[in-house]
Design a protein around this ligand. Structure first.
Ligand SMILES: Cc1ncc(COP(=O)(O)O)c(C=O)c1O
Length: 395
């Protein structure tokens, strides 16, 4: 039988990071040495106290379904942690626990957006935003992020994109793929626009705890925002827990109830023992000490990578204040991002992503995740250096 797929599947995108990872692993299996800078997954082990809490939870019987929106103690721990970032108190009824934070966006779109509605999203940006917006039949309206503004969106450009059909803005700060961070003033202005035009804002804060400088107060903390903000966050990046699949959202209680119903209709709930491990992650002082150590290490790696990239012929690299991504400008090399990414993987053994994988505005850039040791970063820089010396014109 020939399967006939639903039309909507044509509108579903993907994350090239996973595809490039598979290709790089295939080359490695065939004997090609490879430094992996393509996937945004911390290389650290999950802190031991969190692993122990997960194992203990399993041994003690946390192997059953939980309430769809999450265990009360997990929702309470998340509410406290988000509240501690600043802004109005968070009621556990505003928290929904999900098996991976992408669900928060998928469910927010399903619950709030009709086909034909417009959703403003960053370009370059995390490709899942555009994919899911297209999938539900809504219209993505990309707002460009430019290197000249340290990859902060221009609020005037954002305002110009708002039409009577706009229902939602997706904001991601600190930002994947650029590491850009919005300022307090940017967030004030975005909040004012959202209130003026009665828009929901999905605020993807998954990198908010991986900051090398003090960041702004959260968007949700601004007047009129708690009632229209969906905070999207999770444990994957902060606590090196990507494989545990634990994300969460903070949102108005009426939306949280709809999300719980969507969970009942999809995964039922996040794994019980993972939720209990999340309580340990968020509350134990050892976990916070481990996060501090990881952030310090990311900062060290950032400096090694950004300094090294800036020395390559034809390359210029903004120094990001947060996240674990570098987004160098490669227009001076005379090669486009896709060609360069492909050749670096095949000829130099360095796997990374072309900026185009994150939207049209990503053309002329590469994205490198510094989720490997400084030794491996040094190795990648050496190989890139040899490659660039050989292929960049004028050298
Ligand atoms: C900006 C952004 N949001 C959300 C996610 C999803 O993270 P998870 O599904 O592990 O919670 C990622 C992962 O790469 C991301 O980069």
């Amino acid at each position: 039988m020939t399967l006939r797929f639903a039309r909507r599947m044509e509108r579903l995108g993907t994350e090239s990071a996973f595809e490039v990872l598979a290709q790089a692993r295939a080359l490695e299996a065939a004997g090609q040495p490879m430094v992996h800078l393509e996937i945004g997954e911390p290389d650290f082990d999950t802190p031991a106290n969190i692993v122990e809490a997960g194992c203990r939870a399993m041994r003690e019987g946390a192997t059953h379904y939980t309430p769809a929106a999450g265990l009360p103690q997990a929702r309470a721990a998340i509410a406290k942690a988000v509240e501690a970032r600043g802004g109005p108190p968070v009621d556990p009824a505003e928290v929904v626990v999900v098996p991976g934070s992408k669900n928060v966006l998928a469910f927010a779109l399903l619950a709030l957006i009709e086909p034909g509605d417009e959703v403003i999203l960053p370009d370059p940006g995390y490709p899942i935003y555009r994919s899911l917006v297209n999938f539900i039949g809504a219209v993505p309206r990309p707002v460009p992020l430019r290197e000249a503004r340290a990859f902060r969106l221009d609020v005037e450009e954002l305002a110009a994109l708002i039409t009577p059909k706009t229902r939602m803005i997706i904001v991601n700060s600190p930002h994947n793929p650029t590491g850009g961070v919005l300022t307090d003033e940017d967030l004030d202005q975005i909040a004012a626009l959202a209130v003026e035009h009665d828009l929901v804002v999905v605020s993807d804060e998954i990198y908010s705890q991986i900051c090398f400088e003090p960041g702004p107060r959260p968007l949700r903390a601004r007047p009129g925002m708690a009632e229209r903000t969906v905070v999207l966050d999770g444990l994957s990046k902060t606590y090196a827990m990507c494989g545990w699949r634990l994300g969460f959202g903070v949102m108005p209680p009426a939306l949280a109830e709809r999300m719980a119903t969507l969970l009942i209709n999809s995964s039922s709930c996040a794994a019980a023992f993972t939720q209990l491990a999340a309580v340990e992650a968020l509350q134990a002082p050892e976990s916070q000490a481990a996060v501090e150590m990881m952030v310090l290490e990311f900062r060290r790696r950032r400096d090694v990578l950004v300094d090294g990239l800036s020395r390559l012929p034809g390359v210029r690299c903004h120094r990001p204040a947060a996240s674990f991504y570098a987004f160098p400008n490669i227009t001076g090399t005379g090669l486009d991002g896709r060609t360069l990414a492909r050749r670096l993987m095949h000829e130099a053994g360095v796997a990374l992503l072309p900026g185009e994988a994150f939207g049209a505005q990503g053309a002329g850039y590469l994205r490198l995740a510094y989720t490997v040791s400084t030794d491996q970063i040094g190795d990648a820089l050496e190989r890139m250096g040899a490659f660039f010396e050989a292929v960049v014109p004028g050298r």
